[in-house]
Write a protein that binds this ligand. Structure first.
Ligand code: MF3
Ligand code: CO
Length: 269
């Protein structure tokens, strides 16, 4: 099946997916959701982020997929695990999870020629009222953005919805990283910033698949890129949260390919 393509201002192709291709992307992102649930069940005080990475990698491989992050631009692990002040792209290692941590887990799969990419931030035991609210608001900001992901809208409608909601709570919206198109490659056009103006940016069309992934900080929005080449943390070392959905654009609204219910049901059992 050939790809239908359209061209935008900067000459970057946005690949429109067929229904069959969207189902393969759904298969990938449901597997990512199940892998996030599996990792989530093992997040407790004393576990290292390296152990969590192994659980993710094994689960992905046991289900016939490849971990999409491993080796991506030299990335050395299957999961990105970002704790507290780490925003995204934390490299799994010797860091030990503690009671009260918030832990972002970002996972990718490669299965049947397509990529899955979704993320969830977990609370470890009692994280306190402030952190609980940061998690709730970040997840709700993702939902506000997702609600705008329908044909005829523009990327800026998503961006503005995320930004307005998060900032209305006094939180920071990280600007250095953004969401993206998703398909046979993990990062396709268009970029999907978490800040912006309604009515601006690329037009959303039936068959586009994008990842929306707000990164929201409790304090200042400024981030620092660590010298390991990957980890992004808040400059003020206050906590940050990150949730990511893969979403197909349809005429009648967003078709969310990621399933957080799988994760939340696993945590409640
Ligand atoms: N979800 C991440 C993103 O969209 C992917 C992690 S980058 C990797 O940027 F290198 F770890 F793969
Ligand atoms: Co992503």
């Amino acid at each position: 099946m050939g790809w239908q393509t359209i061209e935008i201002e900067n000459r970057t192709m946005i690949y429109l997916k067929t229904d069959e291709e969207i189902e393969l992307l759904r298969e990938n992102n449901l597997l990512v959701s199940r892998a996030l649930a599996e990792v989530g069940k093992h997040i407790r005080p004393g576990v290292t982020t390296r152990e969590l990475d192994k659980i993710a990698e094994e689960f992905i491989r046991d289900n016939g997929a490849e971990p999409a992050f491993l080796g991506y631009q030299g990335y050395p692990a299957s999961a990105c695990i970002s704790v507290n002040e780490q925003v995204v792209h934390g490299i799994p290692g010797d860091r030990v999870i503690e009671e009260g941590d918030i832990v972002s887990v970002d996972l990718g799969t490669f299965l049947k020629g397509f990529v899955g990419d979704s993320a969830y931030t977990f609370a470890v035991g009692d994280v306190g009222e402030e952190a609980r609210r940061l998690l709730e608001v970040t997840k709700e900001a993702l939902c506000k953005g997702t609600a705008q992901a329908k044909a005829g809208n523009r990327v800026g409608d998503i961006s503005a919805a995320v930004q307005e909601y998060a900032e209305s709570f006094g939180y920071g919206v990280v600007r250095e990283l953004e969401g993206h198109g998703l398909g046979r490659k993990m990062h396709e056009a268009p970029g999907v910033p978490n800040f912006g103006a309604r009515g601006r940016g690329p037009l959303l069309k039936e068959g586009m698949v994008i990842c929306i992934e707000p990164m929201i900080t409790m304090g200042n929005r400024a981030v620092v890129f660590e010298r390991d080449g990957w980890t992004v943390r808040t400059r003020d070392r206050k906590p940050a949260a990150h949730f990511e959905y893969a979403v197909a654009i349809r005429r009648d609204g967003p078709d969310v390919l990621t399933d957080f219910n799988i994760i939340e049901q696993a945590l409640n059992n």
